[in-house]
Design a protein around this ligand. Structure first.
Ligand code: SF4
Length: 772
């Protein structure tokens, strides 16, 4: 038996307080002082692994790597892996890779690293009966390949006292957590649906979600708008969360949305389910997460103690803030802010801490699916059992593509060159030359490259490293300046380039004919599936739901869902009598026919409005097309009340647009298909009685989309459908779905294009529609 195996076996399994990783224990109990997120240049994950390998390869043959260690203290099992143990020197090493000056590593980070090394030191002393040993923090500079060791000798008694102090602080919290979990699970087992009956289709959805989460599966559920999907999925996921028998059950449910309004719907549903604010309230900790810029109290400051008062002494005040936040139960953005400010800590970072201790987190797709997404990383690091609910899941295809795509814009680079500090001029000039060389080799205005250009990427890496060093030395340049913004974009490009493969395209696009001008360099993800597959694997179970998940093969292919993914097409609670669906076979909205068909389009709109006055939405494929139709309608029908979506509408303007759809109002709102009003808005009853859709929603035919089509054809054999038809029709069905919101609603949808009559298009429309 080797030493490492013996060290783990020596620990008993008698751990009623549960298991905590050394890293998590130190994170919880050993942090003190300021929050310090100054921009220290950091190596990528792959560089970090390589750096560890390099350091340990320099050690003697007897040196042990990645040593698993565990011990139990008063019912709390503490476990982890020490980076390295040198039995001859009696030295345990904690290896950290870095860039730039080692002196710039914040003192509280070093203290955290030392605490980890000391915990491993204690376990080694305990299990090998040592009187003492040396802990060494080894900082390894990834660029210079040099080590900075910081050794320190400790007696076994000192290490034990340190360990027991950490455990004492953690154990009180762990005891309270265990009690919370027992109470939470008992209450969730008794959870009942908050209404006397399910709506049609809602029960089928809830049952499918419950089965899926009980059996650790993935489910795609298509269910019509208006059946209460949010409530049904949350109810079923929570009901399944305690697990069966003595099983461990779910640690957390992550409710992920594409847009902000979806978060509020989920929070409202959770309040209803848990009877929040009543004496019978279920002890469920709900956390709303938002972007840092929305939660920040001091947008003009940087996240470290010398700049922001809410970062100063953050860790000293965190324990009290954490306790208060845990007791609050529901932590929506308002409640979280109140608790944070009452304890003078940053709301955003208190929220980040509370992710560890919540039962349900409500956030955006990118919290789990983005590159290095925090929720995913924490789930992996802590081994959480997590159930995902992915709302409006049809949006994930496009959102995931964006997350895993990157563009380097030549204009931003040229502006940076003009304003960059003198120390960076040289590396930027080098990048400029590489970029020029790419442009010179380019033979077409839009050119797909076989691979990401290696020399260019290597130069970009060097530039990013130099900028990182500069920002670390000159933190004042790092407060949201152009240099920092460009650096973030370039780092994102490098991260995306690292995982470049068949699922993505790399291309150069020349903005003008001038060969002297640099081309835009882009990596465009086409098939996000291979990048998302590890995320599905991390989750214990997943439900993806939407009113438009058809065709399900298309969605499953692009999202990389497991082959045994369950599928549900929930029956609609609405009857065909509620919705008159009309096709205008005499209208073509193809690009070449648009001008000539404008009169016919406005004629249908006006005739429908005059025969049944009320509130309507009219959807067009672009703002230009919208404007042409609006002008033509006003030319012929001045009397019709109209209002229109405009480019880049802010929140107040969007609200004003929606506010015109009143119960007794009349008029036509002009909007762009796939835009802010094409989905996610709820206009029940007479607030909306009809919609006109003057487009099939097909993406524009251009060189980029044509390349995507070719790649999708090669990969799935359905290039046109996957690149154009299916995403277009999803938008059409979403937009039409605004009309019928309840069993009492009645309305009309006009599909204004002859192609809607084709069989291959008709089969993509909801089964409950009766097209007349
Ligand atoms: S308040 Fe803003 S600047 Fe201060 S720590 Fe929080 S996010 Fe950073």
């Amino acid at each position: 038996m080797d030493n490492a195996a013996r060290l783990v076996e020596d620990a008993t399994d008698d751990a009623p307080l549960g298991v905590v990783a050394v890293r998590a224990l130190c994170d919880f109990a050993a942090r003190a002082g300021d929050l310090d997120l100054r921009f220290t240049p950091s190596p990528s994950g792959a560089e970090g692994v390589e750096g560890h390998g390099e350091v340990t390869s320099r050690r003697a043959a007897s040196y042990q790597r990645e040593v698993p260690l565990a011990t139990v203290w008063n019912g709390l099992r503490v476990q982890g892996r020490a980076d390295g143990w040198d039995p001859d020197a009696r030295r345990v090493e904690e290896i950290k890779t870095h860039r730039g000056d080692v002196a710039l590593i914040a003192p509280n980070r070093r203290a955290l690293h030392r605490a980890q090394a000391m915990v491993y030191g204690h376990i080694l002393c305990q299990q090998l009966a040592l009187e003492g040993l040396e802990t060494a923090l080894v900082y390894f500079n990834i660029d210079t390949q040099t080590e900075t060791p910081l050794p320190q000798w400790h007696s076994a008694a000192e290490l034990r006292a340190h360990f027991e102090d950490l455990c004492t602080r953690y154990a009180g919290w762990a005891r309270a957590e265990r009690a919370h979990r027992v109470a939470r699970d008992a209450a969730l087992r008794e959870l009942s649906f908050p209404f006397p009956a399910f709506r049609a289709g809602q029960r089928a959805l809830a049952e499918a979600v419950h089965r899926t989460h009980r059996h650790s599966r993935v489910l795609m559920a298509q269910a019509p708008t208006g059946i209460g999907k949010t409530l049904a999925t949350l109810f079923a996921a929570l009901k399944a969360a305690p697990g069966e028998g003595a099983g461990p059950g779910t640690d957390k449910v992550f409710y992920l949305t594409a847009k902000t309004p979806g978060r509020q719907l989920a929070l409202d549903a959770l309040a209803t389910l848990t009877q929040a604010g009543t004496p019978r309230a279920i002890p469920l900790r709900v956390l709303e997460r938002m972007a840092r810029d929305k939660a920040c109290e001091h947008p003009d400051k940087a996240c470290h103690g010398e700049s922001c008062p809410l970062a100063r002494g953050f860790y000293d005040r965190l324990p009290a803030a954490r306790t208060a936040a845990a007791q609050a139960g529901r932590l929506d953005k308002t409640a979280l802010r109140e608790v944070a400010l009452a304890h003078s800590v940053c709301p955003y970072y208190l929220g980040q801490e509370m992710l560890r201790w919540c039962d349900v987190a409500v956030g955006d797709f990118n919290h789990f699916f983005d590159h290095g997404a925090a929720w995913h990383a924490l789930t992996e690091a802590n081994g959480w059992t997590v159930d995902l609910l992915v709302d409006e899941a049809h949006n994930l295809i496009e959102r995931a593509r964006l997350m895993h795509s990157a563009t380097l814009d030549p204009a931003a680079f040229q502006a940076l060159r003009q304003s960059a500090p003198a120390a960076l001029k040289k590396p930027l000039e080098k990048l400029q030359r590489r970029w020029s060389a790419l442009g010179k080799e380019q033979t077409q205005d839009h050119e797909v490259l076989p691979d990401v250009p290696g020399e260019f990427v290597a130069t970009l890496q060097g530039v990013c490293s130099d900028i990182g060093d500069h920002l670390a030395q000159h933190p004042q340049d790092a407060v949201d300046g152009p240099l920092q913004r460009w650096w973030f974009d370039a780092l994102h490009f490098l991260r995306v380039a690292e995982s470049f493969a068949e699922h993505s395209l790399c291309d150069l696009t020349r903005a003008s004919q001038a060969r002297t001008q640099h081309p835009q360099l882009a990596i465009r993800n086409v098939v996000p599936g291979p990048l998302l597959a590890p995320r599905w694997a991390t989750a214990h179970s997943t439900t993806l739901f939407s009113a438009t998940l058809a065709p399900m093969d298309y969605v499953a292919d692009l999202l990389g869902l497991p082959a045994d993914t369950l599928r549900l097409d929930a029956p609609s609670p609405f009857s065909a009598d509620q919705l008159a669906v009309r096709i205008a076979p005499h209208i073509s909205t193809r690009w070449a026919d648009r001008l000539t068909s404008l009169d016919a389009v406005v004629q249908v709109i006006a005739a429908q409005y005059q025969s049944a006055p009320g509130n309507y939405l009219a959807f067009f494929s672009s703002f230009d097309y919208l404007q042409q139709a609006l002008d033509r309608l006003q030319q012929h029908h001045r009397e019709l009340p109209v209002w229109a979506q405009s480019r880049g509408m802010g929140e107040p303007e969007r609200e004003a647009f929606i506010a015109r759809f009143t119960e007794h109002g009349q008029g036509i709102g002009f909007a762009v298909l796939g835009g802010a009003f094409g989905e996610g808005i709820d206009l029940p009853g007479r607030r909306l009685i009809g919609a006109f859709i003057a487009t099939l929603g097909l993406p524009q035919v251009n060189p980029v989309n044509e390349q995507m089509r070719a790649r999708l054809q090669a990969r799935f054999g359905q290039g046109y459908d996957y690149a154009y038809l299916f995403p277009g029709l999803q938008k059409v069905v979403q937009a039409a779905g605004r009309v019928i919101r309840s069993e009492q609603d009645h309305g009309t949808v006009w599909l204004l294009d002859d192609r809607f009559a084709r069989a291959e298009v008709r089969r993509l429309l909801p089964a409950w529609w009766r097209v007349g």
